[in-house]
Ligand binder design. Sequence first.
Ligand SMILES: [Zn+2]
Length: 396
Amino acid sequence: MTEKLYYTTPFMTSCEATVLSCEKTAEGCIVTLDRSIIFPEGGGQPADHGTIDGIRILDAHEKDGVIYHTCAAPVEVGSRCRVELDIARRLDHSEQHTGEHILSGVAHNLCGAQNVGFHMAADYCTIDLDVFLDEDALSNLEAEANNAVRRNLPVTAEHMNHERLAQINLRKKSDIKSDDIRVVFIGGGEIDSCTCCGTHCASTGEVGYIRISDSQKYKGGTRIWFACGSRAVNAANELTRSVTAMARSYSTSREELPAAVRKQSDELNSAKRDLKARTQALCDLIAANDARKIAITTIDGFGANDVKMLSESLVSHNARVALVFGIKDGCTCYRALRADGESAPMNELVKAVNALVNGKGGGSPAFAQGSAASRITPEIIGSLENFVEKWFQGNN
Ligand SMILES: [Zn+2]
């Protein structure tokens, strides 16, 4: 068994220890000590990092009470060594973990929600609640959680047996079999009481700030993305910087930005409607001036929707078959459409065009479409016109 100094003296940042074993593996050198300040991965919290005599600890895990430190290089068995904790990493994990207790406890107290999942990653944390919380409920949860932070309540841990555990009002029923159960209390149990093996801040005030950044419906409940402490402050600052930059690009203030974005969106939608109407008028004009029965046309700046519009215009005017090519952003799209009563299969026509222009596409006998990842040259179009004329004569 390793003496777990992160429980007995939780804020110790370095210690002396004796190296009990060191085994080389593919992951690194697995080192055991008689005592350690390094918290191993557990309860949703990643392992502490640090050094043993200056050698980096890359990971740590626990099995049957023994902590296995994965180190970058070997250490001498039997020697006395100095273990140093990566304090910034521990603080970050403790802030997120304590914040998770506060959010879960407050959600339970406010609306009876149970935390059914917790994930702490290097750049985000989530909790899953079994109750759906709408925006107002989430806003209330965030406000109440930050009230608990502001009150600077103590965060304490107690190791107990099942008899003592039975006397405690836990947020979540424990399924731990062992008779050494660790229970963490926030505000003496007023905010939260829950079995937990992780590291925490000494008081809620040390969490500083709890920020809910996003949520979604998840398995009938809610998945909440949150950040605490420095992570939350950094995320809020980053958001402020992006919103400020966006407001500047709109020549407005942050406060006026939503209205400016809505206005631009309205203008864009109106411009799209105008463009569609003008494209339709252009297509009709082209079609009215094209007397060909087999109309093969190429238009620069036309995309797939415009090509569809022009093929329909051509067929509704004089064409029995329309094959329209649009060239946009260096790519070519095409559509073949026949008039009612014609029998030439348009999917076969597009298949033949695909082969000529190295394109992809298909459709039905009535209409078909395709595209090629290159700009079609007038020379290719010229040879295509001859090909299609011949092909159409042979297929109709
Ligand atoms: Zn915890």
